[in-house]
Design a protein around this ligand. Structure first.
Ligand code: BGC
Length: 572
């Protein structure tokens, strides 16, 4: 089969073996801290108002200072930009506005020099309607790409499949006036779904993955992965054929590019998501986002109750060997409310998106700090949970300084505004006229780049940024946060969440007061009578667990402790 690419696009540009070695730990992703960075909004190097790879490269020292181990870079491929790059028009090159393939590989190399890995987004479910495969498919139904998409004469197939982008789409079928047929799309109508029943499609996307592996990337976020196959009479999500394809992809990666990590974006309940890890015999992804935990963190802060979190954690099944959850508070999308009940969704809208403009699809288009009304304590509590619940934390660019949003922008662009580096005219993002920026900077009083930026945050000792950096350093010292087991503990106050994280070498008690008032709480620690407690952040001792196997702790409002728990003989 011939590809409609210039052949030189498909040549590996840099052998992974020529890269400097990173740590040998094949389970590095279980201990890593991830950071999502949108290249177009992070740092502009050439003054055109659009962030680019040389710009991103120049920020690597900052990211390393912060304590980031791995970057997730959303799509940076050529694209008409109708879904901010998730509408891919060419899988095997770099959007010229963001730089060249050489800029990209240099960025990966420089990240590796600093011990930072790179995950790239793979949008395998669909392409842009501008992709040459689609153009060829619509113009030449009998040609080599005629069957690359899902075409029908009537828009009636797969009636049980839900519409995801409810703000803009009414149906998952769209009419193509060129081919004079309907095509299937799970997202925007300009994003036709690839036809995975066609073996040539499966081969072509595996080649795309091989191509990016050859540039030295460390892994992939697999976008919208539950939707690859369709089947009549089903909801079209997580079908056996989809799992089979993911397992095949994993086999190719394990054989040809061992150590490359696959991360599933599957917005599903935990019992269904867990299937994306596969089994020991037939592994699929190394990591999956844990979608349902996220809204429950926000819920817990308003309800001042740990109940929702306890329930979802108890419902989360154990993972196969080597699997790891990807935990997050916010990302480039809406704060999705697909995984909560109707009543919970109504509450979330009431608390966090009272103005309809703040809503996007089935969710909320706001950033972390404004969602939490700029309360540093609440932002810290949310991060304390993110860093201590089982899984690897994913930070979202700008959230480390408490950046604001602009919910008057369309779609989900309000949470993708330029990074605020300093108080200068372009916020340190770009030297271009701000009117030419890829997106407007946040301008609301108290949230603009003069009020909130990296430079000032670094200088202020008690800033969110310095606090987060410190907690990331504490977390790094204690691998149990990444690889340890988790067990929920009973307390006599529902507003306080308490659990143990434990690996072979240590036991950590994580206690979080979710409420806006001080709480004195009794925590049961079965089998630990006489054990001592020590604050991981300060080294200060806490009361010893008494012979009745409980300890009383007082926590100020919105506060938490991470305490090492050790047997009397282990204490210094
Ligand atoms: C991405 C979105 C994107 C969609 C369609 C998602 O899951 O995170 O930003 O619009 O896939 O590609």
């Amino acid at each position: 089969m011939s590809h409609p690419y210039p052949p030189d696009h498909r040549q590996p540009v840099l052998g992974a073996s020529s890269l400097p070695p990173l740590t040998e730990d094949t389970h590095w992703y279980r201990r890593a801290v991830f950071y999502e960075v949108m290249v177009q909004s992070f740092k502009d190097s050439n003054g055109d108002g659009i962030g680019d790879f040389p710009g991103l490269m120049s920020t690597l020292d900052y990211l390393s200072w912060l304590g980031v181990d791995c970057l997730w870079v959303p799509p940076f491929y050529p694209s008409p930009g109708k879904d901010d790059g998730y509408d891919v028009a060419d899988y095997m090159s770099v959007n010229p506005a963001y730089g060249t393939l050489e800029d990209f590989t240099r960025f990966v190399r420089e990240a590796h020099v600093r011990g930072i890995r790179v995950l790239v987004d793979m949008v395998l479910n669909h392409t842009s309607d501008q992709h040459p495969w689609f153009q060829s498919s619509r113009e030449d139904p009998a040609g080599p790409f005629g069957d690359f998409y899902v075409w029908r004469d009537t828009p009636t197939g797969y009636p049980d499949v839900r519409v995801i982008f409810t703000d803009t789409e009414e149906s998952n079928w769209a009419w193509d006036p060129v081919r004079r047929q309907f095509y299937w799309h799970r997202f925007f109508s300009h994003q036709p779904d690839l036809n995975y029943e066609n073996p040539a499609v499966r081969r072509a996307v595996i080649d795309v993955v091989r191509f990016w592996c050859s540039t030295g990337v460390d892994g992939f976020r697999l976008d919208a992965i539950p939707y690859l196959f369709e089947e009549e009479g089903t909801n079209g999500e997580s079908l056996p054929a989809t799992h089979h394809f993911i397992a095949t992809l994993r086999e190719v990666i394990d054989t040809e590019f061992p150590g490359t990590v696959m991360l599933a974006e599957a917005n599903q309940p935990p019992r269904d998501v867990v299937a994306y890890f596969g089994s020991d015999d037939q592994p699929e992804c190394h990591m999956c986002f844990h979608f349902p935990v996220m809204p429950r963190i926000f819920q817990a802060l308003r309800e001042e109750s740990s109940q929702g979190l306890r329930t979802i954690l108890a419902e989360t099944p154990p993972l196969p060997q080597g699997g790891q959850w990807a935990m997050f508070l916010r990302n480039h999308d809406e704060l999705t409310l697909e995984m909560v009940s109707d009543e919970e969704r109504d509450n979330m809208y009431r608390w966090y998106a009272p103005d309809p403009q703040m809503r996007a699809n089935v969710g909320i288009g706001r950033r972390l700090a404004p969602l939490l009304h700029g309360s540093q304590r609440e932002v810290e509590i949310a991060h304390a949970l993110l860093l201590s619940l089982p899984g690897s934390p994913f930070l979202y660019y700008g959230d480390e300084i408490g950046m604001g949003d602009d919910y008057t922008l369309p779609d989900r662009y309000g949470v993708r505004t330029p990074m605020q580096w300093d108080a200068g005219p372009g916020g340190g993002f770009s030297d271009a006229d701000p009117a030419d920026f890829v997106l407007p900077m946040v301008s609301s009083p108290g949230w603009d780049h003069r009020a909130i930026n990296v430079s000032q945050s670094r200088q202020r000792e008690h800033s969110l940024l310095n606090w987060l950096r410190k907690m990331l350093a504490v977390r790094r010292e204690h691998p149990a946060f990444g690889i340890g087991s988790m067990s929920l503990l009973s307390t006599d106050d529902d507003a306080v969440l308490a659990f143990l994280r434990r690996d072979e070498s240590e036991t950590i008690l994580c206690v979080t007061n979710l409420s806006s008032s001080s709480r004195a709480v009794r925590i049961q620690l079965p089998g630990m009578g006489g054990w001592g407690l020590k604050d991981l952040a300060t080294g200060h001792s806490f009361p010893t667990v008494n012979e009745h196997e409980y300890v009383d702790i007082t926590l100020p409002r919105h506060s938490f402790y991470w305490l090492s728990v050790s047997m009397p003989k282990e204490q210094a």
